[in-house]
Ligand binder design. Structure first.
Ligand code: AMP
Ligand code: MG
Length: 411
């Protein structure tokens, strides 16, 4: 049940904010796409191989196909002599058959000739006219990639819910799986509000500011598997924002940057409350506290503070988990976490989550981290200098120097 709620500065905890957001998300549907375009997409089905990989027994090395028993007891001082009866090549089906005391020269990947059960590496074979001397003893199966040893027909190679990596695209190619069912990408509209904003490339007068957020947020969306459409810059006028919000209704998610605080022109949450349901306004976190979330026509709408750092941190903490969940992934799917030892203390206040950007480096096998000194949430270079961030929970009063804590890495 949607509850219309206004009233900043009654801030919700980050956990409650996320619970509220998750309860209003609709997981996205499925679509079928060519496997070669499926990088970063989330599988909506188990992929089962119909074929064996490799499809036939083949040599894993350059050398000679032999009967292992013919090499038993061979060493460099007591070699075994074998007669070379032919040469096999990758890509051509072997019609050759070997009998006792015979060998066939092979390249890596060549099909095994009938009768052979091992491959002698070229390094252990000394050619003498049309013979070789085997300098080592082989066990049956040695240096053969057996049919189906990689993947067996009927085997599940990739499971539903997997976000496909380059390696997986190779696997799909190897089993000739031309189309895969994946979950749809979240399609995200980004609206930048602020009468002072101009697009990059503009010569600014003294009162104007470059619109950073619609670009950094669009890039964030892309990195989370979504597609972003920037709907442009909207001045601080409720009517224009209302109209732009209506235009955004064909998207799955809407992000409004700027105008989310309690200043005179902080109109985004008010417009959301007017045309839909505002679920919270203000989160007990820093930076990114003046964030709001609402639902308009069933669509999640995030209002993020205009300060570039605040908008990025709020994205990481609120929007990114939502985008993963919509793609049927766990909310913390991408978070790469490492243990770091703090070289300086991180101060924090009780009652709010602090997201502290840190520089991380290795020193004699340990990772060290240093909080980046900033005064306001407008220092964008604190983000580009940072390797990751440390979350100080609401019930912790900071961390002392020397403490080992968990950091999440920016990829
Ligand atoms: P607001 O949240 O609208 O009160 O904005 C807070 C601060 O962030 C103001 O100094 C704005 O000029 C700045 N700001 C707002 N939106 C953007 C944006 N898209 N890019 C860069 N700075 C912004
Ligand atoms: Mg503004």
């Amino acid at each position: 049940m949607a509850v219309r709620m206004c009233g900043f500065p009654k801030r919700v905890s980050l956990d409650d904010a996320l619970r509220t957001i998750f309860s209003h998300l609709k997981p996205l549907g499925k679509e079928s796409i060519p496997f070669s375009r499926a990088l970063g997409r989330v599988l909506a089905e188990d992929v089962v191989s119909k074929v064996d990989i490799p499809p036939f027994d083949r040599s894993a090395v350059d050398g000679y196909a032999v009967k292992a028993a013919d090499t038993f007891g061979a060493t460099s001082t007591t070699p075994k002599k074998l007669r070379v009866v032919g040469t096999g090549k990758p890509g051509s089906k072997s019609e050759l058959r070997i009998r006792k005391g015979e060998a066939v020269r092979l390249m890596t990947g060549s099909p095994m000739p009938r009768g052979a059960d091992a491959v002698l590496m070229a390094e252990y074979a000394k050619p003498v006219k049309n013979h070789i001397l085997a300098l080592t003893s082989l066990t049956p199966g040695k240096n053969i990639s057996a049919k189906g040893e990689d993947v067996r027909a009927g085997e599940t190679v990739l499971r539903r819910g997997r976000r496909l990596r380059p390696e997986d695209i190779g696997m799909l190619a190897s089993i000739s799986r031309l189309k895969v069912r994946v979950f749809r990408r979240p399609n995200v509209a980004i609206i930048s509000t602020g009468s002072e904003l101009k697009p990059p490339g503009t010569r600014l007068n003294t009162a104007q500011i470059m619109d950073i957020n619609s670009y950094s947020l669009a890039a964030k969306v892309t990195s989370c598997g979504g597609t972003a459409e920037r709907l442009g810059i909207v001045p601080d006028e409720p009517e224009t924002l209302r109209q732009t919000l209506q235009r955004a209704m064909k998207h799955d998610v809407i992000i409004i940057s700027g105008g989310s605080s309690v200043g005179e022109h902080d109109l985004a949450p008010e417009v959301v409350a007017e045309v839909g349901d505002l679920m919270f306004h203000g989160v007990a976190m820093r930076p990114g506290g003046p964030s709001a979330f609402g639902v308009v026509n069933g669509r999640p709408v995030f209002c993020l503070a205009g300060f570039p750092v605040a908008s990025l941190v709020a994205f990481d903490m609120l929007v990114r988990p939502a985008l993963w969940v919509m793609q049927h992934l766990p909310p913390d799917w991408s978070s790469l976490r490492v243990k770091v030892k703090l070289v300086r203390k991180i101060p924090s206040s009780l009652g709010r989550v602090d997201v502290v950007r840190v520089r991380i480096w290795g020193d004699s096998g340990k990772l060290l981290a240093e909080p980046i000194r900033v005064t306001g949430s407008s220092i964008l270079s604190s983000m580009t200098l940072a390797d990751g961030f440390v979350i100080v929970p609401g019930d912790v009063e900071g961390f002392d120097a020397g403490t080992t804590v968990e950091a999440q890495l920016y990829s």
